[in-house]
Design a protein around this ligand. Structure first.
Ligand SMILES: Nc1ncnc2c1ncn2[C@@H]1O[C@H](COP(=O)(O)OP(=O)(O)OP(=O)(O)O)[C@@H](O)[C@H]1O
Length: 298
């Protein structure tokens, strides 16, 4: 069944004594899209996710799902990977995952088949009977992810699901998440790995000191960021530093990365370059997500 429900966070606020850890945060996680939740240490990501999952009560604001206030019954149908990993160290992987899947209301037989399939896909087929504590941290992380994905959840809230995973596990995890988004499931995941977020996310929410600094599709955010130009000339490009309206971000031999104040600066730059010799390249460069992140959180 394809879902068409959005998760909406509206004016969510949480204080701890004097500290406002989450400050009037609003954003939407649309159906079928991977939404990345990004911010530095202490920005308020985990606190927001805990409020979404009802682990922590909000000081103000609300969370809605499918157009109505989020209920406990809704939350039971969500897959949640908390920051504090909650596996029992002394229980075998398979038993534990089947137990957790059955809490979502699926039969033992279906749960077992689903768990074995996921263990296989994340490279843990041979470890099903081992106690969780015997697994490496990265493999425990894989088990934790599987626990969140069991039983066709209607929403996924994943706190740092990619941390500690090797590239193969990241790819396996990305494939699994794509199956959920294909069913229309909204997915919210936090991450510090901007390269991964740039690769995966269709939407992005950037948080700083408990506040939303940017929210949108990566291309939208990139369009609003500071455009740069890359210039490649025949000789040394050090002279660009003297051109009015041109800010040299980086000059390395004959290659320069530049910010230009206006179109006239582009013409001045080009004229100066041609006066000095050949121009091999002058192209606009879209800002990377890392650059946008630095701009909006500066
Ligand atoms: N139970 C609590 N009591 C007091 N302060 C808290 C509590 N939980 C979180 N905080 C504070 O709230 C702020 C936000 O923390 P939170 O864990 O939500 O940030 P985060 O963005 O998830 O950070 P990180 O990326 O480091 O995990 C921090 O300053 C943190 O110290």
């Amino acid at each position: 069944m394809i879902s068409n429900d959005s998760l909406e966070v509206r004016g969510l606020t949480r204080t701890f004594g004097e500290l406002t850890a989450v400050d009037d945060v609003s954003f939407t996680v649309p159906p079928g899209l991977l939404t990345g939740f990004v911010g530095g240490n202490g920005a308020g990501k985990t606190t927001t996710m805990r409020m979404i999952m009802g682990v922590l009560g909000p000081t103000a604001g609300e969370v809605r799902f499918g157009g109505a206030p989020l209920t406990l019954a809704d939350r039971r149908t969500f897959g949640y990977m908390p920051e504090e990993r909650g596996l029992y160290p002394k229980q075998p992987v398979l038993d534990q995952l089947v137990y957790l899947a059955r809490l979502r209301g699926i039969s033992a037989q279906v749960a077992r088949a689903e768990v074995l399939d996921h263990l296989d896909r994340l490279g843990l087929a041979g470890r099903a009977k081992e106690h969780v504590e015997k697994l490496s941290l990265g493999n425990q992380q894989r088990v934790q992810i599987i626990a969140a994905l069991m039983g066709s959840p209607r929403m996924l809230v994943l706190d740092e699901p990619f941390s500690g995973l090797d590239p193969t596990a990241v790819d396996g995890m990305v494939d699994l998440l794509a199956e959920h988004t294909a069913r229309g499931v909204p997915v919210l995941f936090s991450s510090h790995q901007l390269d991964l977020v740039e690769r995966l996310c269709e939407r992005l929410v950037i948080l700083k000191s408990g506040r939303v600094m940017a929210d949108g599709a990566p291309a939208e955010l990139q369009a609003g960021g500071t455009e740069r130009h890359r210039l490649v000339v025949g000789g040394d490009a050090g002279w660009v530093r003297g051109v009015p309206g041109v800010h040299a971000v980086d000059v390395d031999g004959n290659v320069a990365l530049l910010e230009l104040v206006d179109d006239a600066a582009v013409q001045r730059l080009l004229a100066s370059a041609l006066e000095r010799g050949t121009v091999q390249e002058l192209t606009p460069v879209r800002p990377t997500l890392a650059q946008i992140y630095r701009e909006v959180t500066a």
